[in-house]
Design a protein around this ligand. Structure first.
Ligand code: CA
Length: 221
């Protein structure tokens, strides 16, 4: 999953970016409104954490611009003031949720996870694909009752495919959701990780779940 964080206060931005990264997100962050809008319009984000009070362009204006252009990426607004008018303005501008500063990091992460689930129409935080069980809160994977140890990158790949189970997902789409803007990697990195993941999922003789659709991408089913 890939998240965008737009927050001008550096200590908070760094803390939240780190927490999101530790929770398995590829994270891009921006400190200024114009830059934030540019990222939001250009990237393939699963969630955007957007501060309202920003230099350059405020969060509500960014949000309105995104929604006007048809962008449906879930947005969690951060607001410094707890007034009804602020919350109403945020929700009316197209925010999916909001959080009042100061907040606990665990709450922010839980809300972001909920937004991502909603985006992919997954109501249960535990995803099931055949005999594979993916706990998106604990980041644990089991197959046929056996725990499968995955690296953070392998887990992120599996979760992304599982949220789109039954759909063909292109390599570009996978790449965009697993890597941040500044990442550089070999062009075949997605295939390499699919290879690792298949090996682990099939270790004890399980059937193949990740299928290659030649020229199109991969599908988990
Ligand atoms: Ca601010």
């Amino acid at each position: 999953m890939r998240a965008l964080l737009v927050e001008d206060y550096a200590p908070l931005r760094e803390t939240v970016a780190q927490a999101l990264a530790e929770a398995g997100f590829a994270v891009d962050s921006a400190a200024e409104g114009g830059e934030g809008l540019w990222y939001a319009q250009s990237g393939a984000y699963d969630a955007i954490v957007l501060d309202i009070g920003l230099p350059g362009r405020d969060g509500l204006s960014i949000l309105r611009t995104l929604r006007k252009s048809g962008q449906t990426t879930p947005v969690l607004l951060l607001t410094a003031r707890d007034t009804v008018a602020d919350r109403v303005a945020g929700l009316d501008a197209g925010a999916d949720d909001y959080l009042i500063k100061p907040f606990a990091l665990e709450e922010l992460l839980a809300r972001v996870r909920a937004l991502v689930r909603r985006k992919y129409e997954a109501t249960d935080p535990v995803l099931h694909v055949r005999d594979v069980e993916i706990d998106t809160v604990r980041k644990q994977v089991r197959r046929g009752g056996r725990t499968i140890e995955l690296t953070a990158r392998e887990y992120a790949l599996l979760e992304f495919l599982a949220l789109r189970a039954g759909q063909v997902v292109s390599r570009t789409d996978i790449w965009e959701h697993l890597y941040d803007f500044h990442a550089s990697a070999e062009s075949n990195v997605v295939d390499v990780y699919v290879g690792y993941l298949r090996r682990k999922l099939e270790e004890s003789g399980g059937t193949r779940l990740i299928h290659t659709r030649r020229g199109l991408g991969y599908v988990l089913e």
